[in-house]
Design a protein around this ligand. Structure first.
Ligand code: HEC
Length: 103
């Protein structure tokens, strides 16, 4: 019985579920809301010249705290940047993606 559970767990946490993991979702969200100004990936310049590429956010922010900020919607304050607010799951997914691309 216990081994059946182990096999089920292994199936849950592997395969296609991983390919669609949180960081993929995080990237999709950033692409939708942020990519017109910020560079998302490990290379490339931001379309908006003063917007920092996301791979450098880890230099100025603790990325865990950043995920919390995304839920509180406190990112505004930059003239060119609209305010955003994300649900907890989405904010966590974005945090996971950001961690995966840091320099
Ligand atoms: C319309 C353009 C635009 C969009 C869309 C945009 N940003 Fe920005 N963002 C900027 C600009 C410009 C700056 C730099 C502002 C400055 O430093 O004065 C910036 C700065 C930032 C910073 C750095 C703030 C700091 O104090 O160092 C973070 C973090 C950030 N953006 C996150 C995001 C996220 C997350 C999204 C999507 C949810 C997003 N931005 C969407 C234009 C944008």
């Amino acid at each position: 019985m216990q081994s059946t559970i182990a096999v089920l767990m292994a199936m849950l946490f592997s395969g296609p579920a991983l390919a669609q993991g949180p960081s993929e979702r995080g990237r999709a969200l950033l692409e939708e809301f942020c990519a017109r100004c910020h560079a998302l990936g490990k290379t490339g310049a931001s379309p908006h010249e003063t917007a920092p590429p996301f791979r450098r956010l880890g230099r100025s922010f603790d990325l865990d705290e950043f995920a919390v900020k995304l839920q509180q919607g406190v990112l505004a304050g930059h003239p060119d940047m609209p305010e955003f607010k994300f649900k907890e799951d989405d904010a966590r997914a974005i945090g996971a993606y950001l961690r995966s691309v840091q320099e």
